[in-house]
Design a binder for this molecule. Structure first.
Ligand SMILES: C[S@@+](CC[C@H](N)C(=O)[O-])C[C@H]1O[C@@H](n2cnc3c(N)ncnc32)[C@H](O)[C@@H]1O
Length: 308
């Protein structure tokens, strides 16, 4: 596997394959925004984590745990399968995360609680730092409950005693009641809290790539400036339109982006700078030069052997 931790790379590949080839503790910052499993799945596999001195991972209070598959049930619940899909990828993410690294896991209200428990099992509960609420205001408003207008971003660190958090590098925001804090403080603004009001990518804005689930650059800028240092590598293995890569470059970091959808690769290669991006296509089992792949992207001939 062609892994170059010093380069900016886009992989068209199943992320598990890429993760499994990466060295341990090699990435200071991971942001992921996996797809929410909204389709109707016929089967679900339930798992549980059990204390076991011979278990394959360390969890809460440093105890060893093993994962047991309980049963596969034949009906609706897609999240059982969803967790079984996520678990090996998150376990690998933990392995490749640097000893002072951070993982941001972007999800929504439907799955966040199950994912929190899964991540607690992998990282240990004491490594959970924040649940960030990204609040926005867009789309329909049902009248039979409170309209759900937020996503959840769980922040875990590998070592709660030693991690990067550059509070002074985060863009400050206005106080809600500036009159209460004095002129100087009001002028300086405040560090955002764990509740982030930020608009979605505007349908006619210049940031828009056309990729359906594209996240705003403003969210990624905040994450990357707080939780990485200049020159660091930022990994996003559910990369979609490459928002993480675009923000990382703006802030003087490097990126490693993985997606198994040829359409995502096409969008990323058009979005990211031509001469500074390697493209590795594992679905086609061959590496392609950025220039060739960009031509393919423009002409719409990128390998379409993968599906999401
Ligand atoms: C919610 S989107 C990410 C959007 C992204 N944050 C952005 O700003 O554009 C999730 C992505 O995960 C990708 N994906 C799903 N399963 C994958 C897998 N096994 N390996 C790699 N990518 C995968 C999908 O193709 C999709 O583009």
């Amino acid at each position: 596997m062609d892994i170059d931790l010093k380069a900016n790379t886009v992989y068209l590949a199943d992320n598990l394959e890429v993760l499994a080839s990466m060295p341990a503790e090699s990435v200071p910052l991971i942001y992921i925004d996996p797809p929410f499993n909204t389709g109707s799945t016929q089967e679900r596999t339930q798992i549980r984590t059990v204390r076991d001195v011979n278990g394959d991972r360390t969890g809460f209070k440093g105890h060893r745990y093993r994962t047991e598959k309980i049963a596969t049930r034949a009906y609706e619940d897609s999240f059982g399968d969803y967790l079984a899909f996520l678990e090996p990828r998150l376990t690998e993410a933990y392995r490749v995360l640097a000893s002072d690294g951070s993982l941001y896991f972007h999800i929504d209200y439907r799955e966040v609680h199950y994912c929190k428990i899964l991540l607690d099992g992998i990282f240990g509960r004491d490594c959970f730092l924040n649940e960030i609420i990204w609040a926005y205001d867009y789309g329909g408003r049902p009248k039979n409950r409170w309209p759900a207008k937020h996503d959840n971003i769980l922040l875990y660190v590998k070592d709660p005693g030693d991690y990067v958090f550059n509070a002074d590098e985060v863009e400050r925001i206005p106080y809600m009641a500036p009159g209460l804090v004095g002129e100087e403080k009001a002028k300086r603004g405040k560090l955002p809290t764990d509740t982030w009001w930020h608009t979605i990518v505007a349908t006619n804005g210049k940031e828009k790539t056309g990729y359906p689930t594209q996240k705003p650059l403003g969210i990624l800028r905040r994450i990357i400036s707080a939780s990485s240092n200049a020159g660091d590598l930022v990994l996003d293995f559910f990369a979609g339109s490459g928002t993480t890569g675009a923000a990382a470059l703006e802030l003087g970091r490097r990126f490693m982006l993985v997606d198994n959808n040829p359409e995502a690769a096409r969008v990323m290669l058009l979005r990211l700078p031509r001469d500074d991006t390697r493209f590795v296509n594992l679905l086609q089992e061959s590496a392609t030069t950025p220039r060739a792949s960009r031509t393919q992207a423009r002409e719409g001939t990128l390998a379409a052997s993968g599906s999401v």
